[in-house]
Design a protein around this ligand. Structure first.
Ligand SMILES: [Zn+2]
Length: 125
């Protein structure tokens, strides 16, 4: 049986609003290491999206994710010259948005599933 691991959910947090001030997007919820911070209460879809990010953190380690996430965003920014589009093209976000509506995804997800989004953009896969 697969080991299941989940982040610690912190709802009604001020952290998403504070980070939105330095981000190209408006953040409602964010995964930071073991924790997920949300402005209000989280839907099942948001919990699944952020849990996918949590699993990515687990695979890469805290520093690995912190280095790769903005690096992918910068690469996509150069490619698309649009901060919001660059965000949606980050491989971690493509996996999370692509599967946030799939209730069976977390139990069937393969490790490093985000890797398949590294070499393509959303209109190529
Ligand atoms: Zn996300």
């Amino acid at each position: 049986m697969r080991r299941r691991c989940f982040p610690v959910l912190k709802e009604n947090s001020r952290i998403p609003a504070l980070l939105s001030k330095i981000s190209p997007i408006n953040i409602d919820a964010i995964s930071l290491g073991l924790f997920v911070f949300a402005r209000g209460t989280m839907t099942k879809t948001t919990k699944r999206h952020e849990t996918i990010h949590y699993l990515q953190w687990c695979e890469l380690g805290f520093l690995g994710f912190l280095v790769l996430y903005p690096l992918f965003w910068l690469i996509r920014l150069v490619q698309y010259r649009d901060g919001a589009r660059a965000y949606l093209e980050i491989p971690f976000e493509r996996e999370a948005y692509g599967h946030e509506g799939d209730s069976g995804y977390l139990s069937s997800r393969r490790s490093y599933a985000w890797l398949k989004y590294v070499r393509t953009s959303s209109n190529q896969s």
